[in-house]
Write a protein of this length. Structure first.
Length: 538
């Protein structure tokens, strides 16, 4: 263990030298910005729709979510209660008892095949907590603030719509994650889009296409772990920490990043089991605290909630935010921030869900559909309501604290000071809760760290898929991952979030190849599981 920690800390030596020679966080930002701009331009290529240039990846994401919702007959509604019961453990006995042989995979008699419930490393709840920790993060605090700053209150409506549809996509990809997972000789589970794309397409006679798409996904997932799952998180944690401590030094971000990298480096050495043990305690705790704070603010401003909801609905179809570009513009802002936050369609969560102990792949798919609901429909909506009510300035008469649209890059002026991302949310909390800046700083840091440790697992699984499962390969990935913790803390929000968006959305392209080839498998597995439930209740 000591040797591993020493190896992880070696990455800081050249960076410290760089920081001392250059002296400023801007130097890191200037070096990183061209990379960020390049990837953003490549991934978000546009096609004309209703007189506007719309990123094709957003059309693919939302169109696919709508298709899966209709094809599976609204699983986000029909199977919502079942998903809750699975997490509660109501159907755990199905993983340890024999059922109708006709329900077994490929016609094998259940009692004569290997007990698949013995494969896996974590429970349904732990898998959900790990995956939620990867989605519930600063996208819910900073991302929502960014969406409202850019697109106004109407962006909230489209975030909720995207989250609702994304529940169906998440169900499909996480069912496939369990269905096609690999289990090592030591019982370690390897799963995710890399495996269901390569193995699933090979079954259908498209082995070469599956191999290529799986490799592309793994590359983009590694990029996503460095960006949205890492740098964007450390970036926003640094914003609130610098504000809380009154740090104006241009080198403060670098040193905050070093400290966070050390903390994350210590945690990620343990692998998925340690991550699950941490997240199953930290995630519910911090989510509940954050939601209680939101509920307190909304309760204290109960009379303004209906005004906020009315404004959200009105602005969704008749936006007034400066430079948003009409309905299509605010829709894109909402969809983009929701997709970044809940990652439905990116395939990342299926990597965590693949590690679950179950013999029914659809059971974990149902658990997974709860993620976009928790992340976007509940937490993002509450954050949005708090910010919108704060911007009323005490009443809904028309006066506002800041102007929607801001500077067009996500920053708004409040009392003559520019705020962006988590800083906007922090300002809103401070209006109603004494010392909330301390609370929100802790929340943002906890969200950031939990997201980073979960995404380190996602990225590492993709790294293993490409470079093998040796210890040297693992260490190389972890060193690079920790480097991006520091880059994220040092660089500007615009550069980091542009790169993070590009990497997360890039994963959608190869992932959708797998989903469109394999969704009939999901339908079969869903029927298998629901039939087993019916038989157990008979």
């Amino acid at each position: 263990m000591k040797k591993k920690l020493l190896s992880l800390l070696l990455i800081f030596i050249p960076l410290v030298t760089f920081a001392q020679e250059k002296g400023l966080d801007q130097q890191i930002d200037e070096a990183f910005k061209p990379i960020s701009d390049f990837f953003s331009q490549v991934i978000f290529f546009t096609i004309p729709v209703a007189g506007m240039d719309v990123p094709f990846v957003l059309l693919l994401l939302v169109g696919s979510a709508l298709f899966f919702t209709i094809y599976f007959k609204f699983p986000n509604i029909l199977h919502f209660k079942t998903a809750i019961n699975v997490v509660r453990g109501k159907y755990d006995e199905l993983d340890h008892t024999s059922v109708n042989p006709e329900l077994a995979i490929d016609g094998d008699i259940t009692d004569t095949i290997k007990d698949e419930s013995e494969e896996g490393e974590v429970t349904h709840f732990q898998a959900l907590a790990t995956a939620v920790s990867g989605t519930v993060g600063n996208g819910n605090i900073a991302g929502v603030a960014l969406a409202i700053a850019l697109g106004g209150p109407g962006a909230t409506f489209w975030m909720i719509v995207c989250g609702f549809l994304g529940m169906s996509t998440k169900f499909v990809e996480c069912t496939l994650g369990v269905q096609y997972r690999d289990v090592g000789d030591d019982g370690t589970v390897y799963g995710g889009p890399m495996y269901y794309i390569s193995k699933g397409l090979k079954e259908r006679g498209f082995g070469l296409l599956g191999k290529i798409a799986a490799i592309i996904f793994a590359i983009f997932c590694i990029g996503g772990s460095f960006g949205g799952g890492n740098a964007a998180q450390s970036n926003q944690a640094t914003v609130v920490l610098k504000e809380l401590m009154g740090l104006e030094s241009t080198g403060a971000g670098f040193w905050i990043g070093v400290i966070m990298a050390i903390i994350v480096g210590i945690i990620i050495i343990g692998g998925i089991k340690r991550i699950a043990q941490v997240t199953e305690k930290v995630v519910p705790f911090m989510a509940v605290l954050y939601l209680l704070a939101c509920l307190y603010i909304l309760g204290a401003n109960f009379s303004l909630i209906d005004d906020a909801v009315s404004l959200i609905l009105k602005e969704a179809f008749n936006p007034t935010a400066i430079g948003v570009g009409g309905v299509i513009g605010v829709l894109l802002v909402g969809f983009k921030r929701a997709a970044f936050s809940n990652e439905a369609g990116a395939g990342s969560a299926s990597i965590a869900h693949s590690a679950v102990k179950t013999k029914y792949s659809a059971s974990e798919g149902l658990v997974a559909l709860l993620e976009p609901f928790i992340d976007t429909v509940v937490i993002c909506s509450m954050t949005a309501l708090v910010i919108i009510i704060f911007n009323f300035g005490g009443d809904a008469s028309g006066a506002t604290v800041f102007q929607y649209g801001g500077d067009g890059a996500g920053a708004v002026m409040i009392d003559g000071v520019a705020y962006e991302g988590a800083g906007i949310t922090s300002k809103a909390f401070a209006q109603y809760i004494p010392y909330s800046n301390i609370f929100l700083t802790v929340a943002v840091v906890l969200f950031a760290v939990s997201t980073m440790i979960s995404w380190s697992y996602y990225g590492l699984q993709s790294w293993k898929f490409l470079f093998g499962r040796g210890k040297a390969a693992d260490m190389a990935y972890k060193l690079l991952f920790l480097l991006f913790v520091i880059i994220g803390a040092s660089a500007s929000m615009n550069s980091i979030w542009a790169f993070s968006d590009a990497m997360i959305f890039a994963m959608v392209f190869p992932n959708m190849v797998g989903l469109y080839f394999l969704f009939p498998v999901v339908k079969k597995q869903l029927k298998r599981y629901t039939d087993a439930i019916k038989e157990s209740n008979a």
